[in-house]
Design a protein around this ligand. Sequence first.
Ligand SMILES: C[S@@+](CC[C@H](N)C(=O)[O-])C[C@H]1O[C@@H](n2cnc3c(N)ncnc32)[C@H](O)[C@@H]1O
Length: 230
Amino acid sequence: MEADTQTMRKLDIKETAVTRARYGRIAPFYDLMEILPELRYRSWRERFWEALWQEMTSGGRLLEVGVGTGKNMPYWPREARIAAIDLTPDMVSRAQRRAEQLGLEAMIQEGDAQSIEFPENSFDVAAATFVFCSVPDPVLGLKELARVVRPGGSVLLMEHVRSKNAILGRLMDLLNPIVLRLMGPNINRDTVENVIQSGLHVEKIEELGTGGIFKIIHARVPKQSEGDEN
Ligand SMILES: C[S@@+](CC[C@H](N)C(=O)[O-])C[C@H]1O[C@@H](n2cnc3c(N)ncnc32)[C@H](O)[C@@H]1O
């Protein structure tokens, strides 16, 4: 592993601006574009948030990263203190509007997963759905989650990853530059490996659907003594 991935990861400001611009372009159409995939995702979102509820206590602190237009809001735990961030201003204003319509109280603001503007140990749980395919430096972002979530706290991700099937994986590599430019996500990332590289402990991986592409990744911030062992 390169030294850089272990220690001094630097925020790529240009790549981050490109990602923001891509999602700014699609924000007005995002919900429309997702109507069909969402038919499939809805039950996965329910499953994801049910798992997250198990990690929350009443009044617990939750951070949702890459909130987008707020598609997860109907599943948010009602008793939690919630903050949500997104890189893209137009996504943030849409999420704020949705929260208002749903009568939800949350701090929803612009923010970058790679440099989160909260002090360490600010949250008990962090959640992200279909986000770490787009974060320019996913390991840096995941390290930030490990910083802002308390030791022993939970990080739950729902992600699509590169297929382990040789032909499908290669096809995803070939299509990735087109999908990335048009829509914003990378379709060939190994997000489980990225989570491991970030220092979070992967506790469980739930496979969603067939083909090994969609997963719920259950990870935990190591307690200090566990971190020292790594
Ligand atoms: C595919 S959308 C998913 C939105 C939402 N989580 C959902 O499930 O519908 C990806 C979102 O991640 C956001 N995003 C990308 N890079 C980010 C970063 N570095 N920090 C925070 N949000 C980011 C994008 O602006 C976009 O809203």
